[in-house]
Design a protein around this ligand. Sequence first.
Ligand code: FEO
Length: 418
Amino acid sequence: MDSDENEYSWKVIFVTMCWEAFKMGVKLNDTVTWVGKIDWELRKFHGEEYSTQRGSSYNAYLVRDEKTVLIDTVWAPYDQEFVSKLKQEIDLKEIDYIVANHGEVDHSGSLAELLREIPDTPIYCTQNAVKSIKGQYHQDWNFKTVKTGDKLSLGSKELVFIEMAMLHWPDSMATFLTGDNILFSNDAFGQHYASEMMYNDLVDQAELYQEALKYYANILAPFSKLADNKLKEISRMNLPIKMICPSHGIIWRDNPLQIVETYSKWADNYQENQITIIYDTMWNGTRRMAESIAEGIRQTDPAVVVKLYNMGKADNTAVIGEVFKSKAILVGSSTINKGVLSSIAAILEEIHGMSFKNKKAAAFGSYGWSGESPKIIAARLTESGFTVVNDGLKMLWNPDEQALEECKDFGREFIAKL
Ligand code: FEO
């Protein structure tokens, strides 16, 4: 195929997708239609906590066999749009069942609007999802609780339910459609990544990997041990998975097990040959220390990737992704009011919650009077499961050339201890 033909094919695919998106539904095959919402505008998720620079999507799926089932819904701000477009796809009264794989509002947020029209429709979910959905909507809907291995016949095909507790809520589950061999994995294997292209083989692979990793690092990493066990359990079930349809981002149809294999790697104390230096600085003393420490590291080991982030300016969600990839981190702050700068306190709190394993660390910072910051940082890193390899480095006032040489030595000695 020459480049003109190639470009034409892409345009045809794009226009087709746009048209399908306009209609709302995008047919994945003869059985399954995507009926979700692509949210190009989303820039923050979980309140203001998580950045979503590439937007996201809330994927819901309509499965038609002799029975018809809706798997998940979309976030509440789009509930009316969701129900309205769903009506273009199907007479709502033809929906026999709803599956709620997870109770968090980005997937359950349209249930109230939908159930106003079809109030008695059974909702298949875990026992914990009954708690989370009732806790948020205060409605006694027609819940049918399921456990791993339970099946729901749709006629010629079945849904098989798989509890996914703590991936990432206690109520999470996945649903497998026999016959078509599609795993509706909910949050697992997702990405906050808006794309009209829908499928993993049609999007930029570097963007996809980056968003999948960021998502894992920020949402699933605290539960890596459970994720590892669950992946092994799914593998033992010998499900012939042909497609993985998560609740965010693109659908894995080309070699779908690649993301399962990648998750296995990430769940196993993942690290790359990277050191991340995180700092904040009042009058540039701690910044200059950070840069000199980085220079010492690079002089000693040119192969190691060193990245520096001023947390007063950097994106916390992205930095958590970098910490996830790192074999070691250095955290620095000026001392202020006998403590650390607030951006450093915030990122340390996030790091603590991630339960990272098998990583080393050290602390540093400049000061004018009391100089507590490295000690405070080191204590928090130890509480967070990091091996703190030394007593840290603090510099009085703005470091001069001799002090910066000491910082370089600190970097050299740090990498020697990894
Ligand atoms: Fe995408 Fe846990 O909700």
